[in-house]
Ligand binder design. Structure first.
Ligand code: ZN
Length: 265
């Protein structure tokens, strides 16, 4: 593929990705408010309906300098950050499979990570992880991933075993920490989210995800403690670390697993 052609494809991908990011912002807010995802977007402060020019991903927020065009009250940086993250995820998902374009895998990686952004937003803003949404994401993407593996020639038994054990191992591991720590290390929502990631990624890939999650989570907690943003014993949202670990496992997991099996054989 020509460089220029690749640039155009990735640029268009970024725009599409940022539009999906806008949608994810709406889903996260409406899931928190328990309201329908239909209906026009409005300002959280003055309730004014937003015009299409206020809804251009990333740019509207920058042009309005983070304020509502009608009432001037601040608009959360969550909006442009999620739109930017979605644009980057789309570009990386497409670039990873260029130029052959295995669309099944591109779609799986992008839409799975996009859905997980909902949980990052909800856990960071409100310490909420809605169960119905987690179960829905778990079912859709574990079926999608298992279908791709089946099409790639893996046996049905090994696929089912990998995803069932991925779910069980992570859920039990987190439940153990939940009980032992008296709910201090981990929240009930994290048990479900961990189980969902196990079911979607399958074992041993989810093991890599959990390993990276603890590195990311530990690093962030240490930085927050050192900068005195948090006190020892304070709960911090774990979903962002879990989901960063999942991203790392999707991108580098197969390489890490190949390296491990080479090292022990
Ligand atoms: Zn307003």
């Amino acid at each position: 593929m020509e460089f220029f052609e690749a640039f155009i494809v990735l640029f268009a991908t970024a725009i599409v990705g940022s539009l999906f990011g806008s949608f994810i912002n709406v889903v996260a807010i409406r899931a928190h408010e328990n309201s329908s995802i239909m209906g026009r977007s409005h300002c959280m402060h003055c309730k004014a309906k937003l015009h299409p020019r206020h809804l251009v991903p990333i740019f509207s927020w920058l042009v309005q300098r983070g304020k509502c065009a009608m009432c001037g009250k601040p608009i959360s940086a969550q909006y442009p950050l999620v739109e930017l993250a979605a644009a980057l995820l789309a570009v990386i998902s497409v670039a990873r499979f260029m130029p052959e374009m295995a669309w099944g895998w591109v779609g799986f990686e992008f839409f799975f990570m996009l859905s997980l952004l909902i949980f990052v937003v909800m856990d960071m803003r409100w310490m909420e992880l809605p169960l119905e949404l987690m179960v829905g994401v778990g079912i859709v993407f574990s079926v999608w991933h298992m279908t791709l593996q089946s099409l790639a020639g893996a046996s049905t038994i090994s696929i089912l075993w990998s995803h069932a054990s991925g779910f069980a191992i992570v859920a039990l591991f987190f439940m153990f920490q939940y009980v032992v720590s008296g709910k201090r290390w981990i929240g009930a929502g994290d048990i479900w989210l961990g189980g969902v990631l196990g079911a979607v990624l399958g074992w041993p890939l989810v093991g890599i995800a959990i390993y990276f999650s603890y590195i990311f989570g530990g690093g962030i907690a240490l930085l927050l403690l050192l900068s005195k943003k948090i006190k020892p014993g304070m709960r911090i949202p774990f979903a962002p670390a879990l989901i960063s670990g999942t991203l790392a496992a999707l991108w580098w997991g197969p390489g890490v697993l190949a390296w491990i099996s080479h090292a022990i054989s």
